[in-house]
Design a binder for this molecule. Structure first.
Ligand code: GLA
Length: 379
């Protein structure tokens, strides 16, 4: 059972002897399609999922923020008027968000509370973005700031880039801030405009966690970003978003082999994302599945961010007759795949695919249907 606000209210009451003033929630995400396109000003199609970071809190009279993590069994605090960067740790995400909000001109107030989450860590489901958006939502509640999802997402991304030191794009924070129940969101990562896309009836979205976590993700990620920037420069455009297949085919052969394949992934993936969105709108799950499969091939062969475990998981999912399509999701190199399946077969799909994957790889995976939920909320 996913956590809910009553769990957090209870935990707060046990610690403070009274109910919290607010409970905030910000979800993790799974991306249906549109991978490694966000930092190319392109398109992504993620959904916010029913795994989230929760904070139950009340305001304080001073500028102190004190949080007890129920997952790590430890408390941490800082003062919003004396922020200093520390070694890595979960509290750095909260400090980073405080820094980013203040740097943007917001006046913050202190609060204390309890924190708990059920987004698996480092699995590619954006637990960091969820923590950033939950923190932003908490500060917004306490200091009575308007909740503007795109602006808050930008500031969360800035916290991650500049305070935590991870060079991510905008997708994870924006879907965590702006998600809509029952829908995926088509996000234009240049304008930050979002369009809700409803799920065709009768399908289920399944998260398939390979139970592998790979290091070196950051350096490989930065290397891919640099290759994309080099390709955009070659084509004389701001970002690869501005290159279509016609231009790529006409001029791309002058690029070096690796850069050419990286660019081809991004350019074709942008088109697949738009096509997938249209397929969903007309209820064409078959086409959606084909596009997801093509996305995986492109990520595996052209972008080279998949892994043996992810490939094995995707194959196991596709081998099930109820599967329309499956692909790796998130940055890659480990973590999760995503599949779209016939909802009626979900009870059979999960254990069979898990067993198949485990037999092939020896890893014990987690396979579960997820629901598309709202983005960051306050109760
Ligand atoms: C990570 C980043 C996102 C995005 C994906 C790849 O999740 O945080 O910004 O770039 O990888 O699509």
């Amino acid at each position: 059972m996913p956590l809910d606000r009553h769990d957090l209210s209870r935990a707060f009451a046990e610690r403070f002897g009274r109910p919290p003033r607010w409970v905030v929630r910000a979800p993790g995400r799974v991306n249906l399609i549109g991978e490694h396109t966000d930092y190319n000003d392109g398109f992504v199609l993620p959904l916010a999922i029913d795994r989230a970071i929760w904070i139950a809190l009340e305001p304080r009279q001073d500028l102190q923020v004190t949080v007890h993590s129920l997952d790590f069994h430890e408390s941490a605090s800082f003062s919003v008027d004396r922020l200093t960067q520390d070694k890595a740790g979960w509290i750095e995400y909260l400090k980073g968000v405080a820094w980013s909000l203040q740097d943007a001109g917001y006046h913050l107030k202190g609060w204390h509370g309890v924190l708990q989450g059920d987004v698996p860590l480092a699995a590619g489901l954006s637990s960091s973005a969820a923590l950033e958006m939950a923190t932003a939502r908490a500060f917004a509640a306490v200091a009575d700031l308007a909740w503007e999802p795109a602006r808050m997402a930008k500031l969360g991304q800035r916290a991650e880039n500049r305070w935590v030191g991870v060079n991510c794009g905008i997708m994870d924070q924006l879907i965590s801030a702006a998600g809509l129940a029952g829908h995926a969101l088509l996000i234009d990562c240049r304008s930050l405009e979002t369009q809700p896309v409803p799920f065709p009836p009768g399908i289920a979205v399944v998260v398939l966690d390979t139970a592998t976590r790979r290091g070196l993700v950051d350096s490989a990620y930065n290397e891919r970003r640099a290759q994309c920037e080099a390709a955009a420069k070659f084509f004389g455009v701001k970002a690869l978003r501005d290159v279509d297949l016609g231009l790529f085919n006409a001029r791309g052969s002058s690029l070096d082999e690796t850069t050419r394949r990286r660019a081809r992934h991004v350019i074709t993936e942008n088109q697949r994302t738009i096509d997938a969105c249209e397929a969903m709108r007309r209820g064409d799950t078959t086409t959606l599945g084909v596009l997801m499969n093509q996305s995986h091939t492109s990520l595996r062969d052209d972008y080279e961010v998949s892994s043996d475990a992810l490939n094995a998981m995707v194959e196991a999912a596709r081998a099930h007759p109820a599967c329309f399509g499956a692909r790796m999701t998130g940055a890659g190199f480990g973590g999760c795949a995503v599949a779209v399946i016939d909802a009626q077969a979900a009870d059979d799909f999960a254990p069979r695919v898990a067993a198949d994957y485990q037999a092939k790889t020896g890893h014990a995976p987690a396979v579960y249907v997820c629901q598309a939920t709202n983005g960051a909320e306050v109760f």
